[in-house]
Design a protein around this ligand. Structure first.
Ligand code: LMR
Length: 328
C-alpha cells in the first residue's frame, strides 16, 4: 500500500488531484492507497466534505482517508508527499513576494518530513515559488536524501508540448523531449531545440523562428499568470494533471532516447549550474522513483543567455531566504 499526503487538501488543486490518485492514476490499478489530507486549522469541515466524496466514489483501491491540520501527524509514514498548500498568489502579485510567507510553511513541513515520513519518501513541491520552497523543505529534512525532493516543472513541459503540437498541427503524442530549464516562473526556459516531432526537428515543421524564439517562450513563461488573470484563481486541474504526470514519470522507466523535466537539486549537475539550487533539468528514470540528469545536451547562445537569467533569479530567491538556510 502507498501512503500519500496531500497538503492544501481543502483547496482547488487537491480537489482535482485526490480523486485521480484514489482511482490509481499514479501507482496503477493494483496498488492500494492510503490518503492523508492535510491543511490549515479551520479547514477541517472542508476536508471532511472531500473525504465524504472520496468515500462516495467507492474506489476499490482506496483503503484509508485521514484528516490532519498538523504535518507531524499528517506526514506520518508517508511514501509520497505532494506539498500543494501554500499562500496563493493574487492577481498582480509577484511570486517572489510569496517567499517570506510561504518559506515558513516549508520549514515546518521539512521538519515534519524529517521526523515522521518514510525515509524513502519522495517529495514534490507545488506551492509557489516551488523551486525555492523545495530548497527550504529539503534543508529542514536532513535525514532524507536531497535527491528525493522535486519541484513541479511538468506543468510547464505539458504547456510547451501542447502549444508546439497546436502550432505544428501535430498530435501532442508526437511531440517529445521539450525541456524546461530553471525556475518555475516567468524566467523559465522552454527549450524546443532538442525536441522532436515524428522523429524530426521542431523547426522542420514550425518554420517561423521568430515565433519560436519570441511568442512561444513568452506564452509558456506567462501561462500561469494568464490563467490567474482569466479565472481570478491559479491553474488547478492542469496543475493536478501535471502532478500525476510528474510522479508517474519517476515510477515508469523512461523510454530510450526520451526524457522529462523535473526540478531537482543542482549538487551533481554537469551543466555548471551553481550547487544548492532546485533547477529544472531533462531527466530520466529507471522506474523506481529515481532520476538522473540527461547530460551533454548543448545550449545555443540564445538558450544559454536565458539559462543565466533564470539561474540568477533562483540565486536571488535563495538570497531572500538565506537566514532560513542558516538555521536547522
Ligand atoms: C501556474 O504555473 O499556473 C502556477 O504556478 C500558478 C502561479 O501562481 O504561477
Amino acid at each position: 500500500m502507498k501512503k500519500i499526503v496531500v497538503t492544501g487538501a481543502a483547496g482547488q488543486i487537491a480537489y482535482s488531484l485526490l480523486f485521480r490518485i484514489a482511482n490509481g492514476d499514479i501507482f496503477g490499478f493494483q496498488e492500494p492507497i492510503s490518503l492523508s489530507l492535510c491543511d490549515l486549522p479551520g479547514s477541517e469541515r472542508a476536508m471532511e466534505g472531500v473525504a465524504m466524496e472520496l468515500a462516495d466514489c467507492a474506489f476499490p483501491l482506496l483503503r484509508e482517508v485521514t484528516i490532519h491540520t498538523d504535518p507531524f501527524s499528517g506526514f506520518k509514514g508517508v511514501d509520497l508527499a505532494l506539498l500543494v498548500g501554500a499562500k496563493p498568489r493574487s492577481p498582480g502579485m509577484e511570486r517572489a513576494d510569496l517567499l517570506n510567507d510561504n518559506g515558513k510553511i516549508f520549514v515546518e513541513q521539512g521538519r515534519a518530513l524529517n521526523e515522521v515520513a518514510s525515509k524513502e519518501v519522495r517529495v514534490l513541491v507545488i506551492g509557489n515559488p516551488c523551486n525555492t520552497n523545495c530548497l527550504i523543505a529539503m534543508h529542514y529534512a536532513p535525514k532524507i536524501p536531497r535527491e528525493n525532493f522535486h519541484a513541479l516543472m511538468r506543468l510547464d513541459q505539458n504547456r510547451a508540448t501542447a502549444l508546439l503540437a497546436t502550432q505544428a498541427k501535430k498530435l501532442v503524442s508526437e511531440v517529445k523531449n521539450v525541456i524546461i530549464w530553471g525556475n518555475h516562473s516567468a524566467t523559465q526556459v522552454p527549450d524546443y531545440s532538442h525536441a522532436h516531432m515524428q522523429g524530426k526537428r521542431v523547426t522542420d515543421f514550425i518554420k517561423d523562428e521568430k515565433w519560436l524564439k519570441g511568442e512561444f517562450i513568452e506564452l509558456i513563461q506567462k501561462r500561469g499568470a494568464a490563467i490567474l488573470n482569466a479565472r481570478g484563481k491559479s491553474s488547478a486541474a492542469s496543475a493536478a494533471n501535471a502532478i500525476i504526470d510528474a510522479i508517474r514519470a519517476l515510477y515508469t522507466p523512461t523510454l530510450p532516447g526520451e526524457w522529462f523535466t523535473t526540478a531537482v537539486i543542482t549538487d551533481h549537475n554537469a551543466y555548471g549550474i551553481e550547487k544548492n539550487l532546485v533547477f529544472g533539468f531533462p531527466c530520466r528514470s529507471k522506474g523506481e522513483g529515481d532520476w538522473e540528469i540527461v547530460e551533454g545536451l548543448e545550449w545555443n547562445s540564445f538558450i544559454k543567455e536565458k539559462i543565466e537569467k533564470t539561474t540568477g533569479e533562483l540565486l536571488e530567491e535563495r538570497k531572500c531566504i538565506e537566514q532560513l538556510l542558516k538555521r536547522k
